[in-house]
Ligand binder design. Structure first.
Ligand code: NDP
Ligand code: 2IT
Length: 447
């Protein structure tokens, strides 16, 4: 069977080698559709088996993490690091602490990271890691003990020129602090082996804001290309964590109106729009106290919809910023039926394949996560550069660089994604991200 003859053929090969990993299959299928024509035309890529190699991680480490809870009972979790591809730089990508974490989810995330990191224009390879640890309801001390135990093992595999982890779901500034403290102690070095650090210990300004801001910059680029502007646009956001809250902040700064936010329990609909005062309250509620959004709804007297997602609210622009597969075909029909014409993904793979089909049919301006949320890892790359120089840039310098990188990602999507029906940003991002990695892999020989 010719693996390169169709997406189905290639996917049969991937599925047979990665049994029981549906999220990984989904992420691979999403890029193979775009890459097959490129590989069909390129003998060099075929001879070097680039496609087969790019779907195979360099290595996956899995380890036991044991820690004491506040009752003095020992708890056992599983930690991982997937080092997927280092053809353009050290492995780079976040750590996720969530009970759902498994090999399939981390492989999908690390695989996406290959293309995303390549698009940033910075020298960043791709990795992802985490643990099936649930940070919800844990005390500060429990989080600290868990992070220390996790790092005791992870420290063997990372380093500023080897693999540089950062945050993701369940891992923010507090966790990076405990992880960095333990790394520094074990290795006896103060280096940029993690990003998302605090500003007084090597962190870049704007890194906390970067993913959310970047997703809004990407939306602004798509709008500008279509002679539109974000000012006055009504926006639906999902999630209320790091990415969602800074996306909201930037939308408000640019004159847009934020109607919704969500968490794992439900969503809020604020018809007046969320303002800076409400956003301050939300930062404290969701990222410091880690409470439910329902509390916000009660305090500010806004609508709260338990167990529901925000995609039925009438809006112009949508920013899914919570988690994978949070927006399905039915949701996409509701959204577009209500007039939504742009989706910029702050989360990784939030739209199901059926939702993406609806975007295509309805000619939605669709910015896939690997392009739209690349601002976070891009500023992580800038943090690494500042650490290497023993220097730090001002907020303005970093934000300017972030805006330039998001524009350059938009340009790359246009360069590779032009079709008769307009720009296919998913195709553009996949091919642009792939080309640099594939060419480097050819240069290094078969290995
Ligand atoms: P946070 O942990 O800060 O926030 C996650 C948010 O998503 C919370 O509001 C959480 O609700 C909600 N959520 C989590 N799981 C689910 C679920 N199964 N169903 C509904 N809601 C859920 O994470 P981030 O903001 O950092 O990450 C959000 C997304 O952005 C992820 O897909 C991540 O991979 C992606 N991303 C993050 C980057 C970063 O720099 N942090 C960079 C690029 C992408 P609750 O409060 O109830 O738990
Ligand atoms: O999905 C992502 O790009 C991240 N979680 C950020 C990775 C990073 O290394 O900053």
């Amino acid at each position: 069977m010719n693996r390169y003859a169709s997406t189905q053929n290639f996917m049969e090969y991937v599925q047979s080698r990665n049994v029981g990993q549906p999220e990984f299959h989904q992420a691979v299928e999403e890029v193979i559709d775009s890459l097959l024509p490129v590989v069909q035309e390129n003998k060099e890529f075929q001879e070097a088996k680039i496609l087969e190699r790019v779907v195979e991680p360099d290595r996956i480490v899995s380890f036991r993490v044991v820690w004491y809870d506040d009752k003095g009972e020992a708890q056992v979790n599983r930690g991982y690091r997937v080092q997927f591809n280092n053809a353009i730089g050290p492995y780079k990508g976040g750590l996720r602490f969530d009970p759902s974490v498994n090999v399939s989810i981390l492989k999908f995330l690390a695989f996406e990271q290959i293309f995303k990191n390549s698009l940033t224009t910075l020298p960043l390879g791709a990795g992802k890691g985490g643990a099936d640890f649930d940070p919800k309801g844990k005390s500060n001390l429990e989080i600290m003990r868990f992070c220390q135990s996790f790092m005791n093992e992870l420290a063997k595999y990372i380093g500023p020129d080897i693999d540089v982890p950062a945050g993701d779901i369940g891992v923010g500034g507090r966790e990076i602090g405990y992880l960095f403290g333990q790394y520094k102690k074990i290795r006896q070095e103060f280096t940029g082996a993690l990003t998302g650090k605090g500003p007084t210990w090597g962190g870049s300004l704007i890194r906390p804001e970067a993913t959310g801001y970047g997703a809004v910059y990407f939306a602004r680029n798509m709008l500008k290309f279509n002679k539109k502007d974000i000012a006055g646009m009504e926006c639906a956001i999902s999630g209320s964590g790091n990415v969602a809250l800074y996306a909201a902040e930037k939308i408000i700064q640019l004159g847009g109106k934020v109607l919704t936010l969500s968490d794992s329990k439900g969503f809020i609909f604020d018809k007046d729009g969320i303002n800076a005062e409400k956003l301050n309250y939300l930062h404290d509620l969701k990222t410091v106290r880690r409470g439910p959004l329902k509390e916000f709804a009660e305090k500010f007297n806004v609508e709260y919809h338990e167990g529901k997602k925000p995609w039925g609210v009438k809006c112009d622009l949508a920013f899914p910023c919570a988690t994978q597969n949070e927006l399905n075909g039915e949701d996409a029909k509701l959204l577009t039926g209500n007039g939504c014409f742009l989706v910029s993904e702050g989360a990784n793979m939030p739209s199901t394949p059926e939702a993406i089909e609806v975007y295509k049919e309805m000619k939605v301006l669709y910015g896939p996560g690997k392009a739209a949320n690349a601002g976070g890892v891009a500023v992580s790359g800038l943090e690494m550069a500042q650490n290497s120089m023993r220097h730090s840039w001002s907020r303005e310098e970093v934000e300017d660089k972030l805006a330039c990188i998001m524009s350059s990602i938009h340009d790359s999507c246009i360069a590779y994604g032009q079709t008769q029906n307009g720009v296919d940003y998913l195709k553009g991002a996949n091919i642009a991200g792939f080309m640099k990695v594939a060419k480097n892999m050819v240069s290094f020989g078969v290995m």
